[in-house]
Design a binder for this molecule. Structure first.
Ligand SMILES: Cc1cc2nc3c(=O)[nH]c(=O)nc-3n(C[C@H](O)[C@H](O)[C@H](O)COP(=O)(O)OP(=O)(O)OC[C@H]3O[C@@H](n4cnc5c(N)ncnc54)[C@H](O)[C@@H]3O)c2cc1C
Length: 435
């Protein structure tokens, strides 16, 4: 199987795990945030659980690795939406090392810091655009691309706003549902010392998880469910909770099959999501001109612009240069791989800050979640007209198959917090059905 550029980087920790019960009440497919949240809740409700995980590690799209002695997240890093993110409230209850994300950010225009008047104009463009999109979604009955709600006349600021929204949405706003857009609540963010992936791994300690155990097929023809584990045999359970990413289950070549196939509305809901792309190019750049800890930087002016740059992560010399759909497509079209991403970053930063500032720039890691066989993308994106899919997938199939994961969350889609919350929601539904 092909390996994504980041998959050789091992996690900072794999906690001790429990053995699987022979015939559990619930088989949970996937040990990412949703699977971990669900397994914890199912056990707390007194049900027996077996978690099957395809990868040799926990956490799915959250994983922390060590680079030059520092823990660095290769997937999720921000704990978004603090007031409604269960991983924030749980973290505080457990005494985890959470800290609020800085509000300040850098504006850099044509090799110089932005002037106060420019910062003001940029801030105004953000609020005008956000209000227009929220109102557009509320007032218009028919769904349409989120880009159509962006007000004209914002000039270069408008292009920047659209670029950033396209990055954090996972696809350009021309391809994202306007109705889905305002359901995302990004404000009041946190970070966690030691990494988000390491935190999720701590939450999985003691759970009954089998690593390196992909589920090839879920057979629900008879009583309960029967999981085909390839060379590891089969596992029977009363019910299954599927937390594999939508892209992994999509036709025409799903890595997890259902036998018989899913009812038509469920199949259409899964296949209708689009692949979200958001990749980290991890920079080690001690002499970067950006000061302060954990600050976003908007580098505008110049031909090439980074869609996203998070500077001095955890107060270290590490920075994240983010890749969006157009940049990833450009790299893939040229078959440029991780080294192509390195060249692209150098070229872009040379234009934005000058080549002389890049003397000590190194790029120790590049992620390729879009080429990772167990994610096939960064998160699932709702295109115009597909908004109902998130809720439809919350329904149970034949009283024994449930879904959970980031794609089902209305308010925190595309996030680890949303995935964990969905895992807990599904676990409650399963517990009340099986009891
Ligand atoms: C680069 C990047 C940056 C991100 N940044 C943020 C961020 O800052 N904050 C944030 O909240 N979110 C962020 N996200 C999104 C976040 O990581 C995901 O939304 C979240 O982790 C998804 O959790 P999940 O449980 O739904 O899915 P996953 O984490 O993908 O878990 C599903 C699990 O199922 C396993 N699996 C798949 N198929 C099978 C099979 N057939 N059999 C067995 N196991 C299988 C997978 O290996 C995986 O472990 C980011 C994502 C990426 C890629």
């Amino acid at each position: 199987m092909p390996r994504a550029a980041h998959e050789h980087l091992s996690p900072t920790s794999i906690p001790p795990l429990a053995a699987l019960p022979a015939e559990p009440d619930v088989a949970v497919i996937g040990a990412g945030a949703a699977g971990i949240g669900a397994a914890r809740r199912l056990l707390a409700r007194g049900l027996s659980v077996a978690v099957l995980e395809a990868r040799p590690r926990l956490g799915g799209r959250t994983v922390t690795t060590a680079l030059r002695g520092h823990p660095v997240d290769l997937g999720a890093h921000w704990l978004h939406a603090g007031p409604i993110n269960p991983l924030v409230s749980l973290g505080f209850a457990r005494g985890e090392p959470l800290r609020r994300a800085a509000q300040e950010s850098h504006l850099w225009i044509g090799r110089r810091p932005g002037r106060p008047a420019e910062e003001l104009a940029f801030g105004r463009a953000w609020s005008v655009a956000d209000r227009a999109m929220t109102d557009g979604a509320r007032l218009n009955g028919e769904d349409r691309p989120a880009a159509t709600a962006l007000p004209p006349g914002l000039g270069p600021w408008g292009r920047r706003v659209a670029l950033v929204h396209g990055l954090v949405s996972g696809r350009p706003l021309t391809e994202v549902s306007l109705h889905d857009f305002p359901s995302m609540e990004y404000g009041d963010n946190f970070f966690i010392a030691g990494g988000y992936g390491a935190y999720l791994a701590r939450l999985a300690a003691g759970l009954p998880v089998a690593l390196d155990t992909p589920v090839a097929a879920l057979d629900w023809a008879g009583e309960g469910v029967r999981l085909d584990l390839g060379s590891r045999g089969t596992l029977r359970a009363r019910a299954a909770l599927v937390t594999a990413p939508m892209m992994v289950m999509q036709e025409p070549a799903p890595a997890l099959r259902f036998a018989p196939d899913l009812p038509v509305p469920f199949r259409a809901a899964i296949d209708g999501f689009r692949t979200g792309i958001y990749e980290h190019v991890v920079l080690h750049w001690p002499s970067s001109p950006f000061r302060g800890r954990d600050r976003l930087a908007s580098l505008i002016g110049g031909r090439l612009q980074p869609p996203g740059l998070l500077t001095r992560v955890d107060g270290t010399p590490f920075h994240y240069f983010e890749l969006d759909v157009p940049l990833a497509a450009r790299l893939d079209a040229a078959r440029a791989g991780a080294d192509g991403a390195r060249r692209l970053v150098r070229e872009t930063l040379a234009e934005q800050v000058g080549r002389g500032s890049l003397r000590d720039l190194a790029v120790p890691a590049v992620t390729e979640w879009r080429h990772d066989p167990w994610s096939r993308g960064s998160w699932a994106v709702v295109p115009p007209g597909h908004t109902k899919a998130r809720d439809l997938l919350k329904e149970v199939i034949a009283e024994r198959i449930w879904f959970a994961g980031e794609a089902l969350s209305r308010e925190q889609w595309g996030t680890a917090g949303g995935a964990f919350a969905e895992g807990e929601r599904a676990a409650e539904a399963i517990a009340s059905q099986l009891r």
